[in-house]
Design a protein around this ligand. Sequence first.
Ligand SMILES: [Zn+2]
Length: 304
Amino acid sequence: MYKSLLIAVNALCVATLWSQSPASPPAATPRSTQSTLSVHWEELTAAEFREAITRAQGTCLLPFGIMEKHGPHLPLGNDLLNVRYAALNAAQQEYAVVFPEYYFGQIAEATHQPGTVAYSRRLQLDLLQETTDEMARNGCKKVIIVNGHGGNNSLLPYFAQTQLDTPHDYVVYVEGLPEGGPDEPKHKSNPATDMHAGESETSLSMIARPDLVHQDRAAQESGADQARQQLPEGLYTGIWWYARFPNHYAGEGAAASRALGEYEARTWITGIVQAIRAVKADQESLRLQNEFYERSRHPLDTPQ
Ligand SMILES: [Zn+2]
């Protein structure tokens, strides 16, 4: 009874949060007191920022989107809008400072489509490094990159691995894209190809930014797998995505529903809240990093 009541209360809190757009809080909201300290980096004064970093225990979020086509029915900034929706709601539940809009990731595979913004690989890594360096210089000693774009799935763990190249006085964590659970509502389309602007993603957008979803246009193009490349599983090429989904659309946006979207938003927000709490409690990663950097300077002294 208690458990179900608690879940109901939690669900109510989440529903209350959903009813407010985190991107546009009411104009009259006071922001100068501790209880109403904004989670948006760019909304804080310098003095409030110092207070915010203390309150966040040095934990900051870097929601990572992209600018790319999302089928015939969703906006170019869909991943940026959705990841910020999830991250901002999570940070309001478990306080963390959220970095401004960031969409400088890997999207070479969509450069044949209008509106894609694709930076070179050098710039992707340099800009991300300088961004997390600047966050850390300002007190974000625990940076959680919240990924909102599947094309970053290789880039971000690689970036985290390269933090071992040279000593850093902060830790980079990567929160990957959310995965469904056993209580997920049944999908109407094939989950195997529901990968980009399809049923799941369109459903989430119906919660995060319903004003930008043009579901009536979702069937104007095919999001079917065109299977134009025959290679064994495990043999990778960069052209695999274009070979399968040349319209940069994978799945059926027309099958989307608010019910699925509410599940997806709740799951994602809960996952980020759990990540923030785990990172705040983590005292080991930085200690181990420092031990590792020190040992790396003289590997012959490492006990064998
Ligand atoms: Zn997307």
